[in-house]
Design a protein. Structure first.
Lengths: 341, 341
């Protein structure tokens, strides 16, 4: 229990809105403390100087700041005699474990992300194949067009999507390539959508990989290995599990299915990202399910998104979102997994 | 001229894309330096530890970092013997003065912002007034509906808008209130749109204030004072002008027109934000045209957006974007200024 009063120091511009909306005990004008600093002889007091005036008034001599706190402010505060303790992420530990209403907000964002995925997959499904291209509504279907479909559907639902990935063939072999140009049959198309609900501010996150028409045997094998990797994570995740151990189990499953990871001809291939990450008010939160140290706790909401990427064959990534429970995890994602459409 | 090689230290996930896209001399895998730190005895090296290995390899003992650099990394680097010099913004001074192609990108973003403004103003113009409400296409016209129109138009044009303001009546008296609910005739409606071009990454920024039907005399007087304030800024801005002096001249113009600024009944009213800010790859850049110290230089691109806000009367803000020139400034914004629609 934290009995310290919560104080917000705001500019004139934000003062009224902060008073009306912020969940704090007191909103104070930064102007008041800038004026005091000026009265004390500083010609152009900065934010840190105004803060010092407030801290003096409250007889506070030591501060806890997040790891990402700006060094220019830290240096100024220390110069003025304050003691800073730097707390690495998570600064607000309460954000790690989601309340039922937070899980609900994430689930609501996910449902609408699924609707956008369905608009995308629907267009690919409806498209006709001609000259090694996809044709839809009289035009060659491109990654850009699918991204527009996704963005429009989300916007109508009150979500905003940025950096949506629609990556076909070679584009998909780089997990963060956003994709461009015509979509082609027989190649993997990775669709990764992670929009934010403009009202609740929570994120959804969903990835599916599809192929228009028949998938080559090599892609089918990759797809089933990734599915097996995801199932392995679902089985391993529970309250008390180490993220690193879950991630290693996924890596092992992919290897046992015949898929190695490493640098080939100067380029990474295989499974070279984390298994997942926390999801909430930020798209990437703690805990991570990766090689980093992190113990999973009931109420964590994390993505489970193994992937395999092999130049000249293609990339596959499949991503659901789960909430960690005492004995395992509950999948919040409902969207089906189907390779060929 | 900077002859130091530019090095990017990247995770495996971003390595290939960085090599393909980044304007640097070398892209190196952070993994290599993490491995060295481990070999040197650190069990779980952090980013700063990996960086130290690289700096040791390059015989670098001192660093220039931006003011916003994370204190946790700064502390770790200093602990390991590095000397840090903290440079406040602007860290990259080249961003202050825009090249012709940057001005072009901002202008292109502005044109499409104007098209979105036109969709918004067009709907208000077309709306019918009934029962002190605006009706459009069979429904009560709301701030939310106008924001959807704006977002859709921008999305189709390749821009993404967040936090668009459509604030009617009392909502508009708080300059950062995004606005909600039904729009009403005879009240000021502030529309502030600042989208980012998803391709060039440059921002546009445009504000207009309109009234459906006849504006009350008090609002008309405010509107003309704000216009006079903006004209005053246009006349004052030039290479070598002090942002603070321009801002004070605008303040004086508003006062001479009879509009005072200050706290009334515990709430700010009048003109209580800056006159403008730099615009570019960020929505808020240096230089500011405000009470802060800043000398304007030819090639700076800044907004000029005086406003007046009086509870029970309404808010008015009018915003254009100008590029500073040797002898004055050139207005990049073309959208008309018309109070009654």
């Amino acid at each position: 229990m934290n009995l310290e009063p919560k104080i917000l120091l705001m500019s004139d511009l934000e003062l009224d809105r902060a008073r009306a909306q912020a969940a704090v005990d007191t909103v104070l004008p930064i102007r008041r403390y800038e004026d005091r600093a000026k009265a004390a002889g500083l010609e152009r007091p900065g934010v840190a100087d105004a803060l010092c005036e407030l801290l003096e008034e409250r007889l506070i001599r030591s501060l806890l700041v997040p790891g990402g706190f700006a060094v220019e402010y830290a240096d100024r505060l220390r110069e003025r005699g304050l003691t800073l303790t730097v707390k690495p992420e998570p600064f607000f530990e309460g954000r790690l474990v989601k309340s039922p209403s937070e899980v609900e907000a994430i689930t609501a964002a996910l449902r609408r992300t699924e609707a956008a995925m369905d608009a995308a997959v629907g267009a690919i499904r409806e498209a006709e194949v001609r000259d090694d291209l996809l044709w839809w509504q009289g035009r060659v279907l491109t990654a850009e067009e699918i991204k527009r479909l996704i963005a429009r559907q989300l916007l109508d639902d009150g979500l905003i999507a940025q950096h949506t990935i629609v990556a076909c063939g070679e584009d998909g072999c780089d997990p963060h390539n956003e994709g461009s140009g015509p979509l082609r049959p027989g190649r993997s198309i990775i669709i990764d959508i992670f929009p934010r609900d403009m009202e609740t501010r929570y994120f959804g996150d969903l990835t599916r990989t599809v192929v228009k028409g028949r998938a080559p045997e090599a892609l089918r094998r990759i797809y089933h290995a990734v599915l097996a990797g995801q199932e392995c994570a679902f089985r391993s995740i529970r309250d008390g599990a180490e993220g690193e151990v879950v991630h290693q189990a996924v890596q092992r499953t992919l290897e046992e299915n015949g898929f190695q990871t490493g640098e080939v001809d100067g380029r990474m291939q295989g499974f070279f990202h984390g298994t997942g990450h926390g999801l909430g008010l930020d798209i990437h939160e703690l805990p991570r399910v990766s090689k980093a140290k992190a113990t999973l706790r009931a109420g964590n909401v994390v993505t489970v998104e193994p992937g395999l990427y092999y130049p000249a064959v293609g990339g596959v990534r499949i991503e659901d979102v789960v909430v960690v429970t005492e004995g395992g995890c509950r999948n919040l994602t409902k969207y089906p997994k189907e390779l060929e459409v």
